[in-house]
Design a protein around this ligand. Sequence first.
Ligand code: SF4
Length: 63
Amino acid sequence: MKIIVDRDRCTGLGNCEALAAEYFEVDEDGSLTVLREDIDAADLGLVERAVAGCPMAALRIEA
Ligand code: SF4
């Protein structure tokens, strides 16, 4: 499964990094880097929480 980002919606607030720092990094300028696109099965719950925690609904998981 992969992480998909809608760059038009992301405002760089950083909730995703706070919830799953192994997968997301947000610079001081608010630019988001997805550190790992492919989700380990063991991390699915963690990434799902980060997706749910994005206030802009900019993240989704694709099978
Ligand atoms: S939580 Fe959402 S809006 Fe904030 S940086 Fe992450 S993807 Fe972007």
